[in-house]
Design a protein around this ligand. Structure first.
Ligand SMILES: NC(=O)c1ccc[n+]([C@@H]2O[C@H](COP(=O)([O-])OP(=O)(O)OC[C@H]3O[C@@H](n4cnc5c(N)ncnc54)[C@H](O)[C@@H]3O)[C@@H](O)[C@H]2O)c1
Length: 253
C-alpha cells in the first residue's frame, strides 16, 4: 500500500465508531499520525490500542461536539500543540434511533440538538482548527449520507444541511488553501448500523443498489484517503457519493 500520509497528522472525530475506526486504521496504514476523538471513551481507547499495536502514534481526546465550549477548548489545545494539521475528518454524528425515523413530530429542542451535532459542529470545529489546517494547506472531509438526497427524516435533513455547509466551508476556507469535501456513504456495515437498524435493512438497501455489493467501512475509508491525498489536490466543494448507485433508485423500476 502506498504511504501518502507519512509525516502527516490526521484528526478523526467519532473515532470509536465503525467508520471512524476505519478512517483511523486506513490513514495509519498510509503512514499518518492520528488525533482521535469521541464521547465514548472505551471505544475510543480500543481504536487507539489497535493503532498503537501497529506502531502508529496517536492521542485520544474526549469532548462533546454538542458543546461549543468543549469543542473550542479542544481545538485551542490542538492548535497550540500542533501548528500543522493535515486532515480533519468530521465523522462523528447521530445516525441511529429517533433521528433516523422521525420528522414531523419532533420538538424544536430535538431538532436543534440534531443540527448542532450533525450540521454545525463540523463548521465550528474546522473554524477553530483553521490556523493549523491553513499552515498545512490541509483538507476537511465531512461525512454526509445518501439520506441527504431524500431527506424524509431528521437525519436526512441534517446531512442535507451538512452538504450545504460543505459548499460554504469550501468557499470560505479556500482562501487559506484548505480543501473541503464531503462523502455521502450508502448503507455500510458497521457495528452500529448492524445493531441499530431493523433486521433485513442491509439486504433491502443492497437490493436497491445498481451494484449488488455489500458496503463496508473500508469502501469509505479508501475514498477518504484519496480525497485527503495530493492526488485530489484540484477537488474541493464536492459531495462524493459512495453508495453502489443507490441514489438512482428513484429512476429504476
Ligand atoms: N454506517 C453507515 O451505513 C453510514 C452511512 C451513511 C453515513 N454514515 C455516517 O458515518 C458516521 C459514522 O457512522 P457509524 O455507522 O460508524 O456510526 P457510530 O454511531 O458507530 O459512530 C458515530 C460516532 O460518533 C460519536 N458521537 C456521537 N455523538 C457525538 C458527540 N455529540 N460528540 C462526540 N462524538 C459523538 C459516537 O460516540 C460514535 O462513536 C456518522 O456521521 C453517520 O451519520 C454512516
Amino acid at each position: 500500500m502506498s504511504k501518502r500520509f507519512t509525516d502527516r497528522l490526521v484528526l478523526v472525530t467519532g473515532a470509536g465508531g465503525g467508520l471512524g475506526r476505519a478512517f483511523a486504521q486506513r490513514f495509519a496504514s498510509e503512514g499518518a499520525s492520528l488525533i482521535l476523538t469521541d464521547v465514548d471513551v472505551p471505544l475510543l481507547e480500543e481504536t487507539a490500542a489497535l493503532l498503537r499495536a501497529q506502531g502508529t502514534v496517536c492521542s485520544t481526546h474526549k469532548f462533546d461536539l454538542a458543546s461549543e465550549s468543549e469543542t473550542l477548548q479542544f481545538a485551542a489545545e490542538i492548535c497550540s500543540q500542533h501548528p500543522r494539521l493535515d486532515v480533519l475528518i468530521n465523522n462523528a454524528g447521530l445516525a441511529y434511533g429517533e433521528i433516523s425515523h422521525s420528522f414531523a413530530a419532533l420538538s424544536q429542542q430535538k431538532w436543534l440538538r440534531y443540527f448542532a451535532i450533525n450540521s454545525i459542529a463540523p463548521l465550528i470545529l474546522a473554524q477553530a482548527l483553521r490556523p493549523s489546517l491553513a499552515e498545512a494547506k490541509g483538507v476537511v472531509l465531512n461525512v454526509s449520507s445518501m439520506a441527504a438526497f431524500m431527506p424524509a427524516t431528521a437525519y436526512g435533513v441534517t446531512k442535507s444541511s451538512l452538504n450545504a455547509m460543505t459548499y460554504g466551508m469550501a468557499n470560505t476556507f479556500g482562501a487559506d488553501g484548505i480543501r473541503v469535501n464531503a462523502i455521502a456513504p450508502g448503507l455500510m456495515e458497521t457495528p452500529a448500523s448492524t445493531a441499530q437498524l431493523p433486521p433485513g435493512t442491509h439486504e433491502r438497501i443492497q437490493s436497491q443498489q445498481a451494484l449488488k455489493l455489500h458496503g463496508t467501512a473500508e469502501d469509505i475509508s479508501a475514498l477518504a484517503a484519496f480525497l485527503a491525498s495530493d492526488d485530489a489536490r484540484f477537488i474541493t466543494a464536492e459531495i462524493m457519493s459512495c453508495d453502489a448507485g443507490n441514489r438512482l433508485r428513484g429512476w429504476r423500476s
